[in-house]
Design a protein around this ligand. Structure first.
Ligand code: GSH
Length: 370
């Protein structure tokens, strides 16, 4: 299996290409839209999986697609889930997830099983079980689908319960699929009222794609290229590149903020924040994809990936305001962000970077008030 850190001779990190790339749609010969047929496997620590959780919540799909959350610790066998009971899936209530979505913690905790009975706070920190297959390792999904699979077992995974196969394991595809409208008819009333948003409106698609493209290479994946670099020269090049692009992002957001100030009045922060987004002054996929990196920046990327020219909170006032607006004012962002999983995962799974597994307590707070 390929390594998760630097793979090439020059010490540079190369991200593996995802292998399952199907799309659920009415015209697909196998993967037709249906309520309860598909299941998401995510990690709350992982920025790529986090995109799918936010999109699922924004689109009102928490009652259409269920979620299992892996334990935050990634070991040499990959991600794991708590021991669980697959017969649970035959109950009516298969959409219980820990904080996979929008419901409050108490209501949304997995039905307790085995050792973790009634210990909802442990589940919150640990993981949920797999009510669909009863698997205790994510790798089992991959092997079930392809016994010859020999790459990394990554989250997110969109699983088809009917054919017992992986539909897609690429977050960029999964969020486009969730946004595409194929599941909209299947939403319950709550989902319909909450989820009526198009995250990639036609008139903004080109701009969103352009934005995503430079943000992906230089910020989303940029922090990994700096953090997993295995030589000083690669690290120095990559970390400089990350900060050059944060500078660029700061200017973009400053421009938007100033436009909004002229439109709504300098002191009308409440109205400004309703339109303060990365592209087109409306909430789009560009915000979802950018957010999952920026919200992890101060808590982990600054120290763990050595992206430490400055922090978002100290060095980038416009990015800082943007990320806090999403975290504090939009439940789909705030409730799916779990700083315990985020901090514990990175600092205790990457033993090559942090061999003693000591998790820094700061920064305090994980994210500041708005
Ligand atoms: N291209 C994938 C990347 C997913 C990915 O790299 N996930 C990481 C977690 S952040 C993973 O599951 N890694 C498991 C491993 O390397 O063993 C996507 O965006 O969906």
């Amino acid at each position: 299996m390929s390594k998760q850190w630097a793979d090439s001779k020059d010490g540079a990190f190369k991200r593996q290409v995802s292998s399952f790339r199907d799309f659920v749609s009415t015209s697909h010969p196998v993967y037709k839209p249906a309520k309860g047929r598909y299941w998401l496997y995510v990690s709350l620590a992982c920025p790529w999986a986090h995109r799918t959780l936010i999109t699922r919540a924004l689109k009102g799909l928490c009652g259409v697609i269920g979620v299992s959350v892996v334990h935050w610790h990634l070991d040499d066998k990959g991600w794991r889930l708590l021991p669980g009971d697959p017969s649970y899936s035959s109950s009516n209530d298969i959409f219980y997830t820990i904080n996979g979505g929008m419901k409050d913690t108490e209501k949304n905790v997995s039905k307790p099983h085995g050792d973790c009975a009634n210990d909802s706070s442990k589940l919150w920190i640990d993981s949920s079980f797999d009510p669909i297959n009863g698997f205790e390792r994510l790798s089992q999904l991959y092997y079930k689908c392809n016994p010859e699979y020999n790459a990394r077992f990554t989250v997110p995974v969109l699983w088809d319960i009917e054919t017992q196969t992986i539909v897609n394991n690429e977050s960029a595809d999964i969020i486009r699929m969730l946004n595409s409208g194929v599941f909209d008819e299947l939403r319950d009333n709550e989902g319909k009222t909450n989820g009526d948003i198009d995250l990639v409106p036609k008139q903004l698609e080109k701009e969103i794609d352009e934005f995503n493209s430079w943000v992906y290479d230089n910020i989303n994946n940029g922090v990994y290229k700096a953090g997993f670099a295995e030589s000083s020269s690669v690290y120095e090049k990559e970390v400089t590149n990350v900060f050059n692009h944060l500078d660029k992002l700061e200017k973009v957001l400053q421009g938007t903020y100033e436009d909004l100030q002229s439109k709504y009045g300098k002191d009308n922060e409440k109205e400004i924040l309703k339109h303060y987004f990365a592209v087109g002054q409306q909430l789009t996929e560009a915000d979802v994809r950018l957010y999952t990196t920026i919200v992890r920046f101060d808590p982990v990327y600054v120290q763990h990936f050595k992206c430490n020219f400055t922090t978002i909170r100290d060095g980038y006032p416009y990015i800082h305001k943007w990320v806090r607006n999403l975290y504090w004012n939009y439940k789909a962002f705030g409730l799916t962000t779990n700083f315990d999983h985020i901090k514990l995962h990175y600092t205790r799974s990457h033993t090559r970077i942090n061999p003693l597994g000591i998790t820094p307590l700061g920064p305090k707070p994980d994210i500041k008030e708005l």
